[in-house]
Design a protein. Structure first.
Lengths: 350, 350
């Protein structure tokens, strides 16, 4: 028999089981759906998880074995006996599965596979979509708040602090919110520091403190006249709109990425398609859900978009000597198109 | 040659390298101290980390190999070639190392070991201690704030929200703060719900949003007369004080745990030493630093306390039909004793 085992502490585990636990394992197969949890968590696991069968460490013989061996050996041995008794011969594990167990499963055919729940999570249920909508709404509200207080001379640090506090008060947690200005915006991942001048990239990606679902949203705010930045922003806005226009069930991730790149290249800017070191130097987007980066990757893949997938479309342009711009929306795929979940004007001037 | 490799995304990696990265690896040995990072992080890694040598994925041949194979195989192959060129024969990895790499390192002598940085982190530098002091101070302030607003009939949920917002405003992030009341306090890990009645356990363990260091602090607030709870609290306070009194450099974790258990048992209550299912059903404490639970474990181990270790002393008593109580301080070990970092009266009445 074949069984897939993954470990607690990951979004996939939470998604698959409906509960957050520590030091726990979820084994799933055709005839198997079992949680293995520390003794003191058994009651909570039975009440709080979707998984029907829950076994404690004691019930797989861990504490008995612990008398004669170290903790890791005792756990691996207990797991092996449990699997053998269930008739398991082949064990699939995700790439990030703990090495000590993977190496300890001698006598089994151990195979590393993509976590099947990653793929499943890409398509959101109606319930999940409602949660993401909630976070998207708070995100846009937070941006509107920030737009009201941003001005030349204020520090990126105080603006980040203000917007993160605004979100916390509404029940969301945002960390490393990008509030970056001046030429420092040329580094896509730089969270920003120093005084506001020229323009500001605001990239907000909070999660709900209640249900854990994220949103992701970026706008570039124009503060002072910067013709080159405005020209880049015009192109990036058009690229984002074009990307969003082609999204519908059945087309591939690559087609969305290509649509975005074509607009950018048509204005003479470079993209990763022509190995740019400056220009549009990242992918078009990524799935958003229980993690801020999840499936699908909107890049060079032939994976098809499916109804209910939620992801970002976020072209940007980055030049060390000029600065960077980016606009980003979170969208949900529909049958014949998509819906923007972070609806907000693309052009923003403070 | 022997090398230890660990991966990003863990407190140990951050501690060892001084930087937070994604999909990165730190290889350390007698003649080796190298970071392997995604190409776009190289600049940031050079500037921001303590590690002198930084190699990008491209520089170990990942992107070249990626043309002919999947991402995981390309990375494992690149790592193997890198290690061979360095003359490495034996590779040590921590228990939570990604399975796909551990299983892929064929031809090397792969050994799972405790992460050496876990042990190192247990003893705090003066700089780390200052950071922990800062978080301890905010934690006690937050408790004082909560004490001012707690009263019968208010909900545990709103109190938790209020104290977490208080901390966020001061630059700290607290999650799952325990504000539990009534008989529901009999579950040590239950965060609490419903109206305040009888007594309240408040267990606050925030981390600094600036530097990431935690504190951990618990008091039981008496709201209404509950003679059994008061008696239990008296014992637990005495046990905590006794535990703290025996702490000094050179004694073992077990000796601290035993000192605490002896007080509890002397009043006729049960502990884990006599296999209690109710009573004092957890360990005496745990290290506090970049993680809220880290080394040392103050339980049944013969590890010796060392000057600069920071950990909690947190006896509790839990009975389903009565409820639970707990008091907890974070302390730092000194040569001939210890210092309480969360100094606050043990008896609290609202």
């Amino acid at each position: 028999m074949l069984v897939f085992i993954h470990h607690s502490g990951t979004a996939n585990f939470y998604y698959a089981t409906g509960i957050k636990l520590e030091s726990s394992y979820h084994a799933v197969g055709k005839k198997l759906d079992i949680l293995i949890v520390p003794d003191m968590e058994k009651e909570r696991a039975i009440k709080g998880s979707r998984v029907k069968e829950v076994l404690s460490y004691s019930e797989i013989g861990y504490h008995e074995r612990r008398k004669d061996m170290d903790a890791r050996s005792a756990f691996v041995e207990s797991l092996k006996v449990f699997l053998k008794e269930k008739g398991v011969k082949k064990v699939q594990i995700p790439p990030d599965f703990p090495a000590y167990i993977a190496l300890g499963l001698k006598g089994f055919d151990v195979q590393v596979v993509d976590n099947p729940f990653s793929k499943k999570r890409a398509v959101k249920t109606a319930e999940e979509l409602e949660k993401i909508r909630e976070t998207c709404k708070a995100t846009v509200d937070a941006f509107e708040f920030l737009k009201g207080i941003v001005k030349k001379g204020r520090s990126c640090e105080e603006l980040r602090e203000a917007v993160e506090l605004f979100l916390f008060q509404k029940g969301f947690i945002a960390r490393n919110t990008i509030v970056a200005s001046s030429k420092l915006t040329a580094l896509p991942h730089f969270i920003g520091e120093g005084e506001v001048e020229g323009h500001v990239i605001v990239d907000i990606f909070p999660k709900s403190r209640k249900h854990g679902y994220y949103a992701d949203f970026t706008r570039t705010i124009l503060i002072e006249p910067e013709p080159e930045i405005e020209e880049m922003l015009k192109v990036v806005i058009e690229a984002k709109q074009r990307g969003i226009a082609v999204i519908r069930e059945g087309i591939t991730c690559r087609e969305v990425h290509n649509a975005v790149c074509e607009v950018i290249e048509s204005y003479g800017y470079h993209t990763l398609r022509n190995k740019a070191k400056e220009g549009f130097i990242h992918s078009t987007g990524h799935g958003v859900g229980l993690e801020v980066h999840e499936e699908p990757k909107i890049f060079e893949s032939d994976d098809e978009l499916r109804k209910g997938m939620v992801f970002t479309v976020e072209p940007g342009l980055y030049y060390k000597n000029v600065g960077g711009v980016r606009v980003e929306d979170t969208v949900v795929v529909k049958k014949g198109g998509c819906e923007i979940l972070t609806s907000y004007p693309d052009w923003v001037r403070a």
